[in-house]
Design a protein around this ligand. Structure first.
Ligand code: PHE
Length: 345
């Protein structure tokens, strides 16, 4: 009997797996399993070879087998029924309803391209919260409470500091994410931090109360300013083409020393002079520098052993140069006539 039960199981499996999409296929199923010479009848015939004391048990198995085949047949017939009503009521020769395919936001297109360039250099993407505490946005980045450079970034405070609590704010740069990475990872660290940042600026064509950044951080042994320059040079060439020229100007950021801002040759007028480059032929696109030893110490990274570079740039500025959009407000007004012009980079 064991062999018979085994056989019934195999056939039941086969029944479960059957697909039939036409009425001819469904009829073939019926004949094969439930016809007068079908497998179910066939198995019933085996009853006589089963010893008497096992007949009851085998009878039950046979019955379940038959029910399984009948139920499957019902399902297959019902499915056929559905398609036939569909066929009758729908004129498949009519043109379909059009649907609108959305487009990616131009800032996302540019951000994605920036991220993919840095990924090719081995940078991983790190993200963090937009509502941040004072420590991650300022303190850890070598900007203690009374540091005058805090005024460089007009901050939206969510909660003023109290005796017990430090203040909460909308992050003014994604350096706060760099802080969170240094807090949780050991060098070598190689991350970029894309995200939205907030500053209390009057909204105009040239400024907005929020914008987007991609910042980067690379910490390892023997990281030098030459690495910083080469990385950023590679980036602008990939972004704007091989003809782009760069220049570094000394600058100041509390979290880097030395610090530099990088300009590229104006992509709008090819360096001849226009409104965007204020007739200088150069446009500033980023801040950068070697990570300040105090920042490393804040995260127990030994500045004698490790060095690093960091940089930060605005996605809107890069997009402006790429698409020649001169009014920053367009990026957040959600006007479809504007947005639909950007299908791909
Ligand atoms: N955090 C700076 C800003 O938002 C940019 C920057 C990042 C500068 C890293 C130097 C190094 O303006």
């Amino acid at each position: 009997m064991e062999a018979l039960i085994q056989q019934i199981e195999t056939i039941t499996q086969e029944i479960q797996n059957t697909v039939a999409t036409t009425s001819a296929e469904v009829e073939a199923f019926r004949i094969k399993y439930l016809g007068t010479k079908g497998l179910v009848k066939n198995m019933m015939g085996e009853m006589k070879s089963v010893p008497n004391e096992q007949k009851k048990e085998f009878g039950q198995i046979l019955n379940a087998f038959k029910v399984a085949a009948e139920e499957k047949l019902e399902i297959l017939v019902a499915a056929l029924g559905d398609t036939s009503t569909l066929d009758a009521s729908i004129d498949t020769s009519l043109p379909g309803d059009e649907f609108t395919v959305g487009t990616r936001h131009p800032l996302n297109l540019v951000r994605n391209q920036m991220v993919s360039i840095f990924k090719r250099l081995g940078f991983a993407v790190a993200e963090g919260p937009e509502i941040e505490d004072d420590w991650h946005n300022f303190g850890a980045m070598n900007l203690p409470a009374d540091h005058p450079a805090r005024d460089m970034q007009d901050t939206f405070y969510v909660q003023e500091a109290t005796e017990e609590n430090a203040s909460w704010l909308l992050r003014t740069h994604t350096s706060s994410v760099q802080a969170r990475v240094m807090e949780s990872q050991k060098p070598p660290i190689r991350v970029i931090c894309p995200g939205r940042v907030y500053r209390n600026e009057t909204i105009s064509a040239r400024a907005h109360c929020f914008f987007h950044q991609v910042e980067g951080l690379y910490i390892d042994e023997n990281v030098s300013f030459a690495d910083l320059k080469q990385t950023l040079y590679f980036f602008v060439q990939e972004m704007f083409g091989k003809d782009v020229k760069v220049r570094f100007r000394p600058s100041y950021f509390p979290f880097t020393e030395p610090s530099a801002e990088m300009d590229i040759s104006c992509q709008i007028c090819s360096g001849k002079g226009c409104n965007i480059c204020k007739h200088t032929g150069w446009v500033e696109i980023l801040g950068s520098g070697m990570v300040h030893p105090n920042v490393l110490k804040n995260f127990d990274i030994d500045p004698e052993k490790y060095t690093g570079f960091a940089f930060g740039m605005g996605v809107e500025r890069i997009a402006q140069l790429k698409y020649q959009v001169n009014d920053l407000r367009l990026y957040s007004q959600n006007d479809l006539r504007f947005l639909q012009q950007f299908k791909s980079v």
